[in-house]
Design a protein around this ligand. Sequence first.
Ligand code: ADP
Length: 608
Amino acid sequence: MTALELVSQLTEAIYVVIFLIVAWAALRRRTRTSLDIALFFGAIASFIVESRVVTTFGLQQIEFISDVVTILVIAMPYLLLRLVDDFSTVPLIANRLAEAGLLFSAIAFLASVGQPPTPIVLVIVVYFAALATYCAVKFIRAARRSSGVTRRRLDAIAAGTLLLGLTILIAGLMPLVPAAAGALDGLVQVLALGSAIAYVVGFAPPPILRRAWQEPELRAFLRRAASLPRLPDTPSIIRALQDGAGSTLGARATIGLYDRETNKLRFHDPHGVLPNEIGPSDYLVWRAFETQRPRYYADAARAHPALASSYREQGVRSLLIAPISAGDERLGALEAYTDHEPVFSQDDLDLVRLLADQAAVILESRSLIDEAARVRAHEEAARLKEDFISAAAHDLKTPLTTLVAQAQFLERRAVTEPSAPADLTGIRRIVLEARRLSALVVELLDASRLEQGKLVGEREPVDLVELARDVARRDGYQGRRITLSAEAPVVGSYDPRRIGQVLENLVENAVKYSPEDSEVRVAITERDGQALIDVTDQGIGIPASDLPQIFERFHRAANVDDRRFAGMGLGLFICKGIVEQHGGRIWVESRMGAGSTFHVVLPLGGVA
Ligand code: ADP
């Protein structure tokens, strides 16, 4: 046997084996696609078997059988086009042209005795080659649109189709160049073998090859999986999982999360074709979820005729479904679907199950992270409450102690020396401490109102310069003089009471934290449609390490001694809230021992 004969026999054997495989698959699952594939390879195999039997046993060709074989062979291009239609969509015009070609070749062969005339054979050969090229291009395009195994399979089928087209073209042209017949025959055999191998790979890929193709996408998916639970929210995780599962399976994937309260699967289909939620029903996905068993449906419409039109509308032809569960807990279901049938196979069930398990791990980790965050938030709230109570109690206690002691002293005096003149200094101290107490309670109330977003009230046109002048004139700054610098009125739309409170607080702090003889300056300017307020002192300053937290509630800087400077650390927190609720910003520049400047920027708020 020559090498060429070996190649030719190998090619024939491969084509016959492919036919047996696809015919067996078509018998098991009688769908249009499996029948198309079986017919296509049946045509090739019958031609091979017939000519083998005739040449091996030296038999006379039986006319009926040879006619059937001829018809099958000339139907091949048409069958090829049907296959393209199974994987992608073929325009009507291409279908009509292929049918016309089929009719023409059938008539040409059946009408002539023996071989049709050479020009007609040539036309048929060119028609076959052109159609094969068209089909190959369609397969390549479909491959570019898919990923994973589907992409590789379509690439292989495209290569097989192209090689088959070339084989037919060269074999058909061979009689025209008898001199090169020997060399061309070799080429034809090699091309035919190539196309046979490519078809095996495309139509009946061995499981090991499928796995090898899936591996890179799966690996990429698993690599990303570790970081998925840290995405900002569950919908982002679901989207990432759907994308990953989709590209691994070479299909569209969607995840339905189980909502125990409503007993429904909630979907977030990025393609917007599937229903948003599916409750107990006949939907295949619900069946798989309820029975907790992964399922593969080559043709969803056939598997569930009652829902056929709905599946068709949604472009769901082939389906892979796996439940997502962690232990006994049902979390949802992963569904992969395509609008063409031959994309999945039974073998993909293992893969979809693996992806669903991975999704379960990711969703479980996410819910653990959420739970931990909830516990932390709860602890934080409890801690804040404790801080609040202890800070408030501590700060209220000092004035209260003085108040009670002073009142008791006056009471004793009134009893022991009823005729003595009233102790005015003692009474003033009581009034002062009661005022301080009341100011502290107001601060606490403001802080809590601020949290509820209820601090800032009605806005009205306010001249900040006027307001600052008013604030500067108030007493209570230990008799210190406040310098105000402003060139012109700066009018904006504000809650005058609250902005006044900000000014007063900043001035009070400037006075409180600076030496008696130093200057406190307030400057009001307008720039680029914004009001700027600067409150400057030459006081103790704020340590750099405290600056980032200085506007947080209860924060007092390290250089402030509770006994020397009374305060709760709520004033700046409230100022920041008021300024921000007016759409402004507050910040501070400070140097230890040199002084601080608090800056406030407020939008004018549309008031000229
Ligand atoms: P309180 O003055 O009641 O402590 P605030 O919220 O008004 O609360 O201020 C928080 C902290 O910021 C103060 O405890 C102090 O450490 C620091 N601080 C505020 N204003 C000044 C200032 N003008 N100079 C120095 N430190 C200041």
